[in-house]
Design a protein around this ligand. Structure first.
Ligand code: ADP
Length: 928
């Protein structure tokens, strides 16, 4: 397969965490490698850590470091590779294409990032090299050693092509810089090691030479002394003796080391050239002086002890501190030998001193470096282990206080107005405390406030050896005196580019000449603290962000939960529609009421689905007009259910806006007021009818009473009696009317609970007949009865009330001699034959009626009822003819009461009639 045939591959972009976390992680990684470099001088270790950490951070398949040899051939020195990919460690890469042309760009820091090796114009040999290593994408960063190109840090992505992110490239660059430091450090270290070794060799040789010389000098001295003694003793040749003495002095002079002799009172008797060179005094100046006064000798032990040893053993050796003529103090390795005369009596002391100040200095330097390293290491550890900035600062000042042996180490933090507070300190016992004390309030550092941090802004330190000899302003001296400081060194702490605070050390008991390494150490600690501060600020920011996010999520969940609860359980219609009128949500109550399933509503047009077609356009236009305004008015409209039933709603609407404030739709909340409106209408009608029905008899009564009062009929007792009868009849009618109204009201409101019992149907029918017998006889109507004797579960009084009302009507509307028949029969099922049955069933027929029941009928042969009144006469005050109530003395409520009773028994009542031929009223009651 040629390269061109390869299928396009997906470019991987690894899942990225939040930017803050990335920044933290990147900083952690750079820190990790930096610390590794500080901790270790082993380059391979550092490189190995680097490739492993980098692979982990980039989530890539292989990371290697390549080192160039003198012929620009690369050797892979470390590698971190995923288990599923080929390991290429120790491979010797001979890339013939890596021409000399690449060296210069890499030296100048060129970085190459290839997303897909097939998309880049690579030379075939380079491509085949990468293919051999399974590489799909690579990122190459140069590693410099000083000015030279040392090698390359290479990341291979093998699973797929990959888009390298700028932050990833940036990270590799930072790490490459750290590695370069490590390389240089390691070279310096090796060089240092070599130098130390060389120095040791030289020192060893010198010591050896010294010992030999010493031996020789001692032997020679003894020899010379003996010769001298002999000469003196024999007094043979004065001249010769002079020559020998001169020779001896010349020899001693020639000795490289300092050689002197002093008598037992410490008076210098001999002072060689080495001594002149070492201490600066000439022989003439030194001889005759008291040695320890001249050299201000500092002994490691009391002089008396030294002398005692010298006398007993004839020899002493130890380190002394001497002050030279120019005031410089030196350390010498001193050897004293007691000179004795022939009788063994001590006469003088030979002292040979070797200047070891440099070695001492080197030792002290080494010691200091170790302390410095240890201090930095401790602080770095605390930065790594804690994110609590207070802890870190406290550890830092404690370490500094202890290590540099100062009286106080503290951290001062600036406030936004450039005032500030000491936030932590470590102070030796006996000195005032600056943290949480009000000293600083008394004595504001106005210089820092006025200059917004002053010299520290430009990264300068403030080092004072003695506050009284630096020409400080008096207010500044006052301030430092408040701190009890005699000497101080202060370094700024920066958080990014911002001056955060100061790290300060104080010597209170005496002036102190701060060493440059101490100041530089202070600076390094400040940088470490800066990292810690930044890290902790990032962490705190992250914490706040997380808390805010979680709070917002909780609140949004709670608000969603409440809204959902309301949406689902309210007995109000809730609908959301967008600006085009499309329904986005509708709550269960609304869907139930309108008879729709949710999926038949969502996504449909609100106006088309629910409004009568003739209103759709107008409503949609009105909606658009309302959307333009800031608020949406309350409205009332009629909408249609799925079955076409009209429902009246009062709407309250709220405009929905997006985050930018633009209207994105409307949520409407509607109350179904259909029934309330119907009830209102009925009530109005009822009041007008009742007032009419009451007013008519009252007018008649008032008329009769008026005539009687006026005495118009005083002379006509018969007429008067008729008048009183009319008034009495109308009064009865009023009473009946009021009773009926109350009765019906109670029945319908359910305030009368039916007391049911098992009754015999025939018995109830006969009792009703009995009630009506006299009235039937009065009008000459014949009553007939035929009922099965069957037990029914009813309220007997109410059933008798129903029968008597139906019989009363039948009698009223029958002519004299007519027949009225009350029958009962048991029916197993309803036979739907007549039209009125059909109508009734279409309306509301209880399911129970379809089962077994008893059907009563009251039949008359009177005038009948027109077809259009068959249903309405069961309503309140409904009559076939307006005169019916007056003529027949009815109230127009009888049939309404009958229907209510029937319904409360779970039964039905209706009428069949033909105009002029009579009517049959049916009452069906369920059986068991
Ligand atoms: P009323 O007290 O007026 O009889 P009802 O409610 O009992 O009140 O009757 C209502 C109306 O129905 C009567 O006024 C009458 O017009 C008509 N009606 C009732 N029964 C009959 C019947 N058997 N024959 C003809 N019309 C009747």
């Amino acid at each position: 397969m040629s390269i061109a045939d390869r299928p396009p591959q997906k470019v991987e972009e690894p899942q990225s965490p939040g930017p803050l976390q990335q920044q933290l992680e990147q900083q952690r990684l750079v820190m990790e490698v930096t610390q590794k470099i500080r901790r270790s001088l082993n380059v391979t270790d550092i490189l190995q850590t680097t490739v492993e950490e980098v692979r982990q951070f980039l989530q890539t398949d292989r990371v290697i470091i390549l080192q160039f040899d003198d012929h620009w051939q690369g050797n892979i020195v470390v590698e971190s590779v995923g288990a599923e990919w080929m390991a290429i460690l120790s491979a010797h890469i001979h890339d013939p294409c890596f021409g000399i042309n690449y060296i210069q760009p890499f030296k100048q820091g060129m970085v190459t990032a290839k997303t897909n090796i097939y998309d880049t114009k690579l030379s075939p040999c380079h491509l085949s090299l990468l293919e051999r290593f399974q590489v799909k994408a690579n990122l190459v960063v140069p590693l410099l050693h000083g000015e030279d190109l040392w090698g390359l840090l290479i990341s291979h992505h093998c699973s797929a092509p990959r888009e390298w992110q700028p932050r990833e490239i940036d990270l590799l660059r930072q790490l490459a810089a750290q590695i370069s430091i490590a390389l240089q450090q390691s070279t310096l270290f090796a060089q240092g090691q070599r130098e130390i070794a060389q120095r040791k060799e030289v020192e060893f040789a010198l010591q050896k030479l010294n010992a030999e010389l010493e031996q020789r000098v001692a032997e020679r001295t003894t020899e010379l002394m003996q010769v001298n003694d002999r000469l003196l003793e024999t007094l043979l040749d004065q001249q010769h003796t002079q020559v020998i003495l001169q020779e001896q002095a010349q020899l001693l002079d020639l000795a490289h080391d300092m050689v002197m002799t002093h008598d037992l009172q410490d008076i210098i008797t001999f002072w060689n050239q080495g001594a002149e060179y070492m201490y600066g005094w000439t022989k003439a100046e030194a001889v005759g002086q008291k040695t320890h006064r001249l050299l201000q000798t500092k002994f490691p032990q009391p002089l008396a002890e030294i002398k005692a040893q010298l006398h007993s053993q004839g020899y002493w050796e130890g380190e002394l501190r001497h002050t030279c003529r120019d005031g410089v103090t030196i350390t010498v390795d001193s050897r004293w030998v007691m000179q004795k005369d022939q009788l063994g009596k001590p006469i003088k002391v030979l002292e040979i001193n070797n200047n070891i100040s440099d070695r001492k200095q080197a030792e002290a330097d080494l010691q200091r470096q170790m302390i410095q390293k240890q201090l930095l290491w401790n602080i770095t550890q605390s930065v790594r282990q804690s994110l609590d900035i207070h802890d870190i600062l406290a550890t830092a000042v404690k370490e500094v206080h202890h290590t540099l042996q100062v009286d106080r180490a503290s951290v001062y933090k600036f406030n936004p107005d450039w005032s500030g507070d000491f936030v932590v300190e470590s102070v030796s016992p006996g000195w005032v405390k600056l943290v949480d004390s009000n000293i600083v309030q008394f004595c504001q550092d106005t210089y820092l406030q006025e200059t917004q941090g002053g010299r520290f802004q430009t990264h300068e330190n403030f080092v004072v050896h003695d506050i009284y000899s630096m020409g400080l302003q008096s207010c500044h001296i006052d301030l430092l005196e408040q701190f009890q400081a005699r000497s101080c060194a202060v370094a700024p702490i920066f958080s990014g580019d911002i001056l955060w605070g100061l790290l300060a050390i104080y010597q209170n008991s005496h002036p102190r000449s701060w060493q440059s390494w101490e100041v530089s150490l202070l600076e390094q600690i400040s940088s470490q603290l800066a990292i810690a501060i930044q890290q902790s600020q990032l962490y705190a920011k992250l914490q706040i962000e997380l808390q805010e996010r979680s709070l917002a999520e909780t609140m949004s969940r709670e608000s969603e939960r409440r809204w959902r609860l309301l949406f689902e359980s309210t007995n109000l219609a809730v609908i959301s529609i967008d600006t085009k009128g499309t329904i986005e949500a509708a709550n269960p109550f609304f869907l139930r009421l309108m008879g729709y399933a949710e999926n038949k509503v969502i996504g449909k047009n609100w106006f088309r689905l629910f409004f009568p077609p003739q209103q759709t356009l107008e409503q949609a236009k009105l909606f658009q007009t309302h959307l333009q305004k800031t608020s949406y008015p309350s409205t009332q409209s009629q909408i249609l259910t799925k079955t076409g039933e009209e429902k009246v709603f009062n709407w309250n609407s709220t405009l929905l806006r997006n985050a930018k404030g633009a209207v994105i739709g409307v949520t409407v909340i509607g109350e179904d007021v259909t029934e309330r409106q119907a009830v209102e209408k009925l009530k109005d009608e009822f009041i007008s009818i009742v007032s009419h029905e009451l007013r008519t008899p009252l007018t008649s009564i008032r008329g009769s009473l008026g005539l009687l009062m006026a005495g118009v009929m005083d002379d006509d007792p018969e007429a008067m009696k008729r008048m009183i009868e009319i008034a009495a009849i109308d009064t009865e009618r009023l009473v009946r009317l009021v009773n009926d109204i109350l009765d019906l009201e109670k029945l319908e409101m359910g305030r009368i609970s039916l007391i049911r019992e098992w009754c015999n149907a025939a018995d109830l029918v006969h009792r009703s007949m009995k009630v009506m017998t006299s009235s039937a006889q009065a009008t000459g109507v014949i009553l007939e009865v035929e009922t099965p004797s069957v037990q029914i579960w009813v309220a007997p009084d109410r059933i008798i009330q129903t029968f008597t009302n139906l019989l009363s009507n039948a009698i009223k509307f029958s002519t004299t001699g007519g027949v009225v028949a009350l029958r009962g029969e048991i029916i197993d099922e309803v036979i739907l034959e007549t039209k009125s049955d059909q109508n009734r069933l279409n309306q509301t027929i209880p399911q129970r009626l379809l089962s077994k029941h008893i059907l009563f009928s009251v039949k008359d042969y009177g005038r009948g009822i027109p077809e259009d009144k068959l249903e309405s006469i069961f309503g309140r005050f409904q009559q076939v003819d307006a005169s019916d109530s007056r003529d027949q003395g009815g109230t127009g409520l009888g049939l309404a009461i009958c229907r209510s009773i029937a319904q409360q028994h779970g039964g039905q009542i209706w009428v069949e009639s033909a105009w002029g031929e009579g009517s049959t009223f049916f009452l069906a009651l369920p059986l068991a």
